[in-house]
Design a protein around this ligand. Structure first.
Ligand code: SF4
Ligand code: SF4
Length: 426
């Protein structure tokens, strides 16, 4: 099955200005026929191009809240980031109550599942024979980036399902327990997401099996709906079931710092993430046990489907957390396994090809590499982007792959014109 992306182009709005071309971290964009084109095999749904485009030609694709199905038992799965969007929200109960007022039958906070993942990660880190440092698998952009660009680090990825998937699973189990009359198909989970990468996670079943999340809507859509129903004057009946640890996952460092292990590193922003992965690949951090990486600046609070400035959101979450217990969600006391239960473990979802590989055949790949080097040697190394490729190196690869014409390089064309000019003068 082809990978389904959640970052999409509106060709009519694109001016071919190259802003996105220069910022895409995986060189997935080319300008062809005057507009940007995304290479689906390379795109990691990081949303950088959405942030950069001055003409709003790139956007995230997600479900609309208005399209919630009728007649189902609907459960909201709010991301921890949603709690930091509101000015003056000091009690998360108001938000949980607000979601019920919007028509959801229940709310299962993703932060609750995050607290479980924290405890299971502590257990996993104690196991012998694991590849260190363990890299968090909570950010789907990072997981796809590792698989596409750093495949040797795949075995370092934490093999525990991300909190949203566990939240979907536990929410459905809770609904069935409380309402035994419900059939599986009657229960419908809706994740309220800060970023398009989590939409792709669900669309592509990246948990390895069919996702327990049925629909993904944006934090920004739900934010505006909630503004209309949340009232400070009404004392909430519903109550939030998360502690500080769960809400901490919204910002960079929150997941790692809860592990009670000092040998961790947390980095955010796609460029920093790539730098850290490059360092790990050459083993320049031998003493690290855990690495938390978030593609968005500041962590999930910086996702492109949020409303609030990520740094303000982080401060607001800090204020809410001040009044919460440390953690409210723990593995069962009588859990005999003392490890990570199989049902929370990720199975390998799909095979990825390494993006930098020229061809499956080694012989053909070597031939192509030689050709790329030969073309590259004739280019001016200006990386100006005028040819529609992000760098001269990428342009040389495109020429050898047959997706660009050598004459598209303005320096090549200029030299050619000069030669012709000389020829006519002689
Ligand atoms: S930033 Fe990219 S998508 Fe936006 S107008 Fe420029 S070339 Fe087109
Ligand atoms: S979402 Fe990220 S990887 Fe995909 S085209 Fe945009 S910038 Fe490139």
């Amino acid at each position: 099955m082809d990978y389904q992306h959640s970052v999409i182009m509106d060709v009519g709005k694109c001016k071919g200005c190259t802003h996105c071309l220069n910022r895409c971290p995986t060189e997935a964009i080319r300008i062809r026929d005057g507009h940007a084109v995304i290479n689906a095999n390379r795109c990691i749904d990081c949303g950088e191009c959405i942030r950069m485009c001055p003409h709003n030609a790139k956007k995230a694709s997600f479900d609309k809240l208005a399209s919630l199905p009728e007649g189902k038992y609907k459960i909201a799965l709010p991301a921890p980031t949603l709690f930091g969007q509101f000015e003056n929200l000091d009690d998360p109960d108001y938000l949980v109550e607000g979601l019920l007022k919007l028509g959801f039958d229940d709310v299962y906070e993703v932060a609750c599942a995050a607290e479980l993942v924290t405890e299971y990660t502590r257990r996993y880190l104690k196991q012998r024979g694991i590849s260190l440092p363990v890299i968090s698998s909570a950010c789907p952009v990072v997981v796809r980036l590792v698989k596409l660009r750093f495949p040797t680090l795949s075995e370092n990825l934490l093999p525990i399902l991300p909190p949203v998937e566990i939240a979907g699973m536990l929410a459905k189990e809770k609904a069935k327990k409380e309402h035994p009359e419900l059939k599986d198909e009657d229960i419908f989970t809706v994740f309220i997401s800060p970023c398009p990468a989590k939409v792709s996670y669900v669309k592509n079943n990246l948990s390895g099996e069919k996702s327990n999340v049925d629909m993904v809507v944006s934090v920004s859509d739900v934010y505006f709906e909630l503004l209309g129903v949340m009232r400070k004057t009404d004392l909430p009946n519903a109550s939030s079931k998360t502690g500080m640890v769960g809400l901490s996952w919204a910002s960079s460092g929150g997941e790692a710092s809860s592990l009670l292990n000092d040998r961790y590193l947390a980095a955010d922003g796609i460029e920093n993430v790539i730098r850290v992965l490059e360092d790990i690949e050459i083993e320049s951090h031998p003493n690290l046990t855990f690495v938390e990486l978030n593609a968005c600046a500041g962590g999930c609070v910086g996702g492109v489907m949020t409303v609030e400035n990520p740094y303000i959101c982080r401060v607001r979450l800090r204020n809410i957390k001040r009044y919460l217990p440390v953690s409210l969600n723990h593995p069962p006391q009588d859990d005999p396994e003392r490890g990570v239960p199989d049902r929370y473990t990720m199975t390998e979802p799909e095979e990825y090809g390494h993006v930098s590989r020229y061809d499956e055949s080694r012989k053909e790949a070597i031939r192509m590499m030689k050709d790329v080097n030969a073309v590259f040697a004739t280019l001016p190394e200006l990386d100006c982007g005028s040819c529609g490729s992000p760098t001269c190196r990428a342009f040389a690869e495109d020429v050898v792959r047959g997706t660009a014409n050598y004459e598209d390089c303005i320096a090549v064309m200029r030299d050619k014109l000069r030669e012709m000019e000389k020829g006519t003068k002689q």
